[in-house]
Design a protein around this ligand. Structure first.
Ligand code: C2E
Ligand code: MG
Ligand code: MG
Ligand code: MG
Length: 267
């Protein structure tokens, strides 16, 4: 009857919420354990960059779970951000990247940095310490950040970015076009690179609004002296079109998926 159905659906909602809490708790515990026991990994995906010497990769974080195996950031980054674990995890990622750069002189690495991590006052001091400790050319390290929170914290973001550029570390905006994309920051932020989000690249060369937007982003970036990387390149057709537009860098499954670092680097 209606009454028992009603109770049943309340129980069902409740059970789902509990399950959600349990799942979140699991991820948090798994992240804490991974941090303590060496369960974090950096996978590398090649960036194909026209005319640039050396080998270029983006470092992508993975969780090596004792039971579930390798897990991608889609299932844990939001928990890391929400719990603040992104701060020690981000510190691990940066140190691991610096270690790789110090041991592989032809290597260039792009590392993803959470804006929450980047806006901390201490972030720049920590970076300077890593450069001191690991002794590699700082221009071989690129930091990728998304637009979100940059505009909301404009003055702090600008001052952090200037300090990082003063260290000669390169700066890139990730997933460009999916955030606020306020043109004013392109003029003021000291950026080296924009990565056009893969949702726009997916429509190239057949969707006319995607191709127009990508053409516009490339033209605008080039006028500002900023280079362009296309992410999510999956077909030869996309590659040919993007090269023809003067896009400097390409990245995607067409060239390689992310691989364990040991696939490319000396230990
Ligand atoms: P992202 O930085 O935009 O990285 C690109 C994502 O697209 C990666 O997913 C990559 O595996 C995937 N990808 C590469 N080529 C292709 C392609 O041709 N087609 C498609 N459909 N996808 C492709 P992944 O590794 O799952 O990382 C997801 C996101 O997690 C990253 O997006 C980045 O925002 C975040 N992330 C990864 N590592 C870190 C990290 O160390 N720290 C922080 N804060 N965030 C990270
Ligand atoms: Mg990235
Ligand atoms: Mg991206
Ligand atoms: Mg992305």
């Amino acid at each position: 009857n209606a009454k028992s159905r009603g109770r049943g659906s309340i129980t069902w909602f409740h059970a789902e919420m509990v399950e959600d809490l349990v799942a979140r708790f699991d991820v948090e515990t798994a992240l804490e354990k991974a941090l303590q026991n060496g369960g974090l990994r950096l996978f590398l995906q090649p960036k194909i960059i026209e005319g640039a010497p050396g080998r270029h990769f983006e470092a992508l974080l993975r969780l090596d779970h004792p039971e579930r195996g390798i897990i991608g950031p889609g299932s844990f980054i939001h928990v890391a951000e929400a719990t603040g674990l992104i701060v020690p995890i981000g510190a691990w990622v940066l140190e691991e990247a610096c270690r790789m750069l110090a041991r592989n002189p032809d290597l260039h690495l792009a590392v993803n940095v959470s804006v929450r991590q980047f806006l901390r006052e201490k972030f720049v001091d920590d970076l300077a310490l890593l450069l001191d400790q690991y002794q590699f050319e700082p221009e071989r390290l690129t930091l990728e950040m998304t637009e979100s929170l940059m505009i909301a914290n404009f003055d702090l973001a600008l001052s952090q970015l200037r300090k990082i550029r003063a260290l000669n570390i390169r700066l890139s905006i990730d997933d460009f076009g999916t955030g606020y994309s306020a043109l004013v920051y392109l003029k003021q932020f000291p950026l080296n690179e924009l990565k056009i989000d893969k949702t726009f690249i997916a429509g190239v060369p057949h969707d006319s609004s995607d191709t127009s937007l990508v053409e516009l982003i490339i033209t605008m970036a080039h006028h500002l002296g900023i280079s362009i990387i296309a992410e999510g390149v999956e077909t030869r057709e996309q590659e040919a079109w993007l090269r023809n537009q003067g896009c400097e860098g390409l990245q995607g499954f067409l060239f390689s998926p992310p691989q364990p670092a040991s696939y490319y680097l000396n230990p």
